[in-house]
Design a protein around this ligand. Structure first.
Ligand SMILES: [Ca+2]
Ligand SMILES: [Ca+2]
Ligand SMILES: [Ca+2]
Ligand SMILES: [Ca+2]
Length: 503
């Protein structure tokens, strides 16, 4: 019986492996013709016609093949220093990064909690100002901030706040603070500038800035660090440093991927690695799913709303690269109604079916990107827990393991209790382990008696025998008795049983 199950499993894995290889072999992409990139900066002119289904070699799936470029939206196809992924140049009166705004500020991101001035109820935004009309304000400049929690994007409050100015040589910075926020929420905000008490906007405002509030527990702070580290990389990518045509890395090698390799999983594990114990350059969707399954912490699509927490892992069955495997970092489950979703949640101006979730993903078009996806695009959620690294004390880590175990036990009927370190004790069997720096905890089920196990062996044998015409009887005798031959074993605790055929 067990052998049969194994055989079936191996067969299924083989079929899966073959089908994935099959898909990889005929990968295609949407690209743009090289001829539509007049200045050769790797971006086709705005509105250039899409070339669908361009075949790409399985060894080079990151970018479009030669003769093509990957993106359009070059707002000046005569100047190679103007394209969508670069920083804005100050005071030149041009939109250098093709975002429709001229001499707007760049955000200054920091890769951790402390430098981002994040608290449980507030965050700050630091901007490098690029428009003399804005930075010539020595004081009395105000910002109008539009901000939203990604769990409720339909609500976008706005606030006027003072801008604290910093002038460092030829660089000019503005810092603002948003307060009275909800802990443990991922936020985004965009900023416009005004003189004190005036309704006349000064210069162009910003695109969205992404950040997160923190929370009281050590785990909350770890999650904040993880998410902020991801946003730092988002900014590096937006500035064209990492990913497609990147000035420092043109692929995912920064995140531990091989050259020209798809790097969504590497991005997720790289961002988490300093904070999540044991996570080390997991280089595939299946490796990440196993990582969470091994901790009993992989949840179904239907459980995402109740379990999903910023920093968790989302395993997806589709992506922008048309490959069938994709990894992302869960940011928020958006409770906004369908018709109130922001532009990122629309396909050709039609709102996506709700519910949607927000993710930050590596390798979306060889870039880091924020995505709004229908929850059904996510196949499962890896919930980070009980395994947070060195910044958490052993005691806290042990308590976290205990809490995780109890949560798991409540959700699984066969679980009778949770037990620490020494194991489940007499009369119980371990069914799940919750490891971490502190005490391990075990979910335990009641061990069946020897008599129950014997009965189960016997029943299993009889069921098998009824389904196999060659089987003549079940026997407790390993030799099946005179005139019979053993064809299958049903063993374990309790008495063993054997299926026998006539010689
Ligand atoms: Ca171009
Ligand atoms: Ca250009
Ligand atoms: Ca611009
Ligand atoms: Ca400019």
């Amino acid at each position: 019986m067990k052998q049969l199950v194994w055989l079936a499993t191996i067969l299924m894995l083989l079929i899966l492996a073959v089908s994935f290889n099959g898909l990889q072999a005929k990968d295609t992409k949407t690209c743009f013709l090289d001829d539509d990139d007049g200045d050769n900066d790797g971006y086709a002119r705005d509105g250039a016609p899409k070339q669908e289904n361009v075949p790409v070699k399985s060894s080079e799936k990151l970018n479009c093949p030669s003769g093509y470029v990957r993106f359009e939206n070059d707002c000046d196809d005569t100047k190679s220093d103007i394209h969508p992924r670069r920083d804005e140049i100050a005071d030149d009166g041009k939109d250098n990064n093709c975002n429709g705004k001229t001499d707007e500020p760049d955000f200054v991101y920091f890769a951790d909690n402390k430098n981002n001035w994040v608290t449980q109820n507030s965050f700050k935004i630091k901007m490098k100002l690029k428009d003399a009309r804005v930075y010539s304000f020595r004081s009395s400049l105000e910002a109008k901030v539009f901000y939203a929690s990604l769990s409720r994007t339909q609500t976008v409050p706005e606030k006027r706040v003072p801008v604290q100015m910093q002038h460092e040589g030829s660089n000019h910075y503005g810092i603002i603070e948003i307060t009275e926020l909800v802990p443990n929420n991922v936020y985004r905000a965009r900023v416009e500038f005004y003189g004190q008490g005036s309704n006349q906007r000064i210069g162009d405002g910003t695109d969205w800035y992404y950040t997160s509030t923190s929370g009281p527990s050590a785990e909350d702070q770890m999650r904040t660090n993880v998410v902020l580290r991801a946003f730092y990389e988002l900014n590096e990518s937006n500035l064209g440093k990492v990913g497609y045509k990147g000035t420092s890395k043109s692929d995912g090698t920064k995140y531990g991927a091989n050259s020209k390799e798809l790097w969504c999983s590497e991005f997720y594990s790289w961002v988490n690695e300093p904070y999540v114990k044991w996570m080390k350059n997991e280089n595939s969707t299946s490796a990440l799913i196993s990582f969470f399954k091994n901790q009993g912490s992989y949840f179904s699509t239907g459980e995402i709303q109740s379990v999903g927490t910023r920093g968790d892992y989302a395993g997806m069955s589709m992506d922008d690269d048309s490959a069938k495997e994709h990894s992302g970092m869960f940011l928020a489950y958006d409770s906004s109604s369908k018709n109130n979703l922001p532009d990122e949640c629309k396909v050709d101006d039609v709102p996506k079916e709700t519910p949607v979730i927000w993710l930050i993903e590596g390798n979306v078009g060889n870039q880091v990107g924020i995505r709004c996806r229908n929850v059904n695009e996510v196949g499962g959620l890896g919930h980070v827990r009980g395994n947070l690294s060195t910044d958490i004390s052993r005691k806290e880590a042990g308590e976290s393991n205990e809490a995780s175990c109890k949560q798991w036990c409540d959700a699984h009927a066969e679980c009778a209790r949770c037990a620490p370190t020494s194991g489940c004790g007499t009369g119980y069997d371990k069914i799940e382990t919750f490891r971490g720096r502190g005490n391990n905890w075990y979910a335990c089920k009641v061990r069946p008696s020897r008599a129950e196990e014997s009965r189960s062996n016997k029943e299993e044998c009889e069921r098998w025998c009824a389904q196999h015409s060659s089987c003549a009887k079940c026997s407790e005798d390993v030799g099946c008795g005179r005139g019979y031959k053993k064809i299958e074993s049903f063993t374990g605790r309790g008495n063993n049983y054997y299926a026998c055929k006539k010689r």
